[in-house]
Design a binder for this molecule. Sequence first.
Ligand code: SAH
Ligand code: SF4
Ligand code: F3S
Length: 465
Amino acid sequence: MDRRKFFLLTYGCQMNKLDSELIASRMIQAGFEETEREEEAQVLLLNTCSIRESAEDRVWGRIGAMKARKKKDPEVIIGVLGCMAQEHKVFLRTRMPHIDVVCGTREFGRIDALVRESIETRKGVIATGEGGNGDLVQRELSCRPMRAQAFVNIIRGCNMPCTYCIVPATRGPEVSRPVDAIREEVERLVADGVTEVTLLGQTVNAYGHDLERGTDLALLLRELHQIPALRRISFVTSHPSFLTPRLMEAMAALPRVSRYFHLPAQSGSNQVLKAMKRGYTRERYLARIRDLKGLIPEMEFACDFIAGFPGETEEDHRQSLSLIEEVGFSQSFVFKYSPRKGTVSADYLRDDVPEEVKARRNQELLQTQERVSLARNRAQVGEVREILVEGPSKTRKDRYTGRTARNRIVHFANEDPNLVGRYVPVRIVEAQAHSLIGVLQEETRTVLEGDGVLAGKGRAEGASQ
Ligand code: SAH
Ligand code: SF4
Ligand code: F3S
């Protein structure tokens, strides 16, 4: 069979980006070839996100735009994967009949077969059951975008009852991967040049509850920490309810575990937290942060907030603002509440915060966070930090970008591509709210010459969450 080319566009969270690596792996193993040029591909794949209406609208627009191509070239196969495929199933094709393949979040392990079937039968193919476990795909090492960094799935799905969230419906119940399978994958990545791994799960710190007794994230971290060439280990996203003393102790005992901790609160108000069914109060959330800071004083925290949840008052909103100040997050991701059909809050609560109020609260949360971030970043000026160099800066040709162990983005003047994938010290000279400016420490240049590692090719990417 001819080597058909496929083009893969990814929307949504880190989990989806990793799934796209596995989707590409499967396609390549089946004899397809990846291209970054949509116009030369015969198979167009979109890995999609349902988290907010705006995320879905972007995808609908993109699929709509592919109609002209399909008309001109009826042999082209259009496949929709991921959360929107799982959520809308057959209705995707009802709304847009030019879609050929609908592949849910637990079927992409056989995406190649679904595409082949559609090519051969010239019919629509819909798979939204549990037929192709993505974690059984042998990952192609060449598919990851960064040579030195990799994401590794450890738990899929979500069992939590958050009333606003579509993820439990699109991703299904939690299933942890066996420790051995994870360790093997990490070892294979490390042998291929990876020095930083990020373990992924929607409730990553619930890892292991469905496995053998005693298996949890603490145990997994201790296992992975023994791999000598692994310099940084992080994990996202954690739920405050599963931040156990055992996990905190493991983090404190393992110096290569990241000192940046993403712990979404969603709101600072107990009334709203209750309506969201998050399972903790503001006080308990703060107590967890205090406990962890007690064990690891240099720990930095990041947060997610939803602005304008049903029933949120000005006072509730002020509680979220004050949580940002009180914890001093280094970063927050802020979203306007978006009702998702089929979730409790959309079906039983009235979306009663007017759009302009949501927008203002969203803005105020962002501004407060920016102020806090800037103050924290200014405190870094003058310090020397080790960064892992990721590649050329997106905005300036004469600069490169890297990240510190606490996940701060640092831009620095450099034109040497051999530094990519290397750990280098930089002196911080300037602070902005979202990044730092650093100067490469001269003495390291000579030491580092000779064995540089180059970045792999990037994949076309849509909106991120
Ligand atoms: N599993 C992770 C992240 C889930 S989705 C966690 O529990 O933290 C990422 C973020 O999207 C959430 O943290 C939340 O802030 C936001 N989000 C989820 N559903 C939303 C909705 N219906 N409207 C607006 N934001 C939402
Ligand atoms: Fe959604 Fe809550 Fe699960 Fe996170 S923990 S994915 S917010 S249901
Ligand atoms: Fe991720 Fe979006 Fe699905 S955030 S889990 S891709 S709904």
